[in-house]
Design a protein around this ligand. Sequence first.
Ligand code: C2E
Ligand code: CA
Ligand code: CA
Ligand code: CA
Length: 281
Amino acid sequence: AKELGRNMIATFRSSMQSAVVQRMRIEAKMRQALQNKEFKLCFHPQVFSRTHEITGAEALIRWVQGKDIFSPEHFIDILEETQLIIEVGEWIILEACRLYAKLMNNKAISLLDFKFCVNVSPRQLQHEGFYSLIERAFKQYGIPKNAITLEVTEGIVIQKTNSIIEKMCLLRELGVNFAIDDFGTGYSSLSYLKKLPIDMLKIDKTFVDTITTDIHDAGIVSAIITMANSLDFEVIAEGVETADQLSILEEKGCYLYQGYLFSKPLTFDSLQALLVAQSSR
Ligand code: C2E
Ligand code: CA
Ligand code: CA
Ligand code: CA
């Protein structure tokens, strides 16, 4: 998909177009993609390593153009730099809720505490219509509020403190859960973390990548896990690819994982099939 992405960008760069014209063309293409329903959500399972039970899944956006599937690294920045992230973001929330309702209505699945994690971009979280969007989405599809965990990055909550925290608190009163994504990259202090209405910390993949070789990163990860446990947050490690990484993380007291060692991101149908199989175990 990366290769195809480069080709796509390369075609955009063809001829003697200025950067501005290129951007406008990409933006127009993305707007079209939204109208033509070319965006899809795929789902990356989150696994409790002690039982191998799937406890949740992160919704990840894809852009499907015929046989080509583009991952967000090729277009998410462009969406975020334009108003389009608001519209696409609204679709993401509604689609995640629609699909969650589909799982709820599947009699072969017992969901228990199963949840979807949904990424929220900074712009989207700050948008005035966000609160009512969330309310509307839950109502429209009749799903419980704690079925969705919103992922926000550590950077954004640190930069925009007050207004963002207020907003998160209001949403949490609704029953929505929050995860801090890419945790460990933003230098939060313990006292600061205590003020945030959060439920889960996601350890960034960059730490997991080097945990077997870099004692400093291993130390940071230990600190994050201890911190999460003492503040009563869930903690999940992202990007776990090897058994060595897993055993080090388990030794440190982390038992939730999202990584290729367990699964790659799946289509909704494949996720549903796994949940059916799990429910009949
Ligand atoms: P993220 O939120 O940190 O999402 C995790 C990314 O790491 C996903 O890539 C996932 O497939 C990848 N990943 C997880 N475990 C492993 C692993 O073991 N190995 C490897 N190589 N990769 C792993 P993806 O889907 O390409 O998403 C990239 C980023 O795009 C996300 O990073 C997120 O910042 C953004 N993004 C994705 N979907 C959405 C969305 O619906 N809305 C918004 N606002 N951003 C999104
Ligand atoms: Ca995420
Ligand atoms: Ca992440
Ligand atoms: Ca990331």
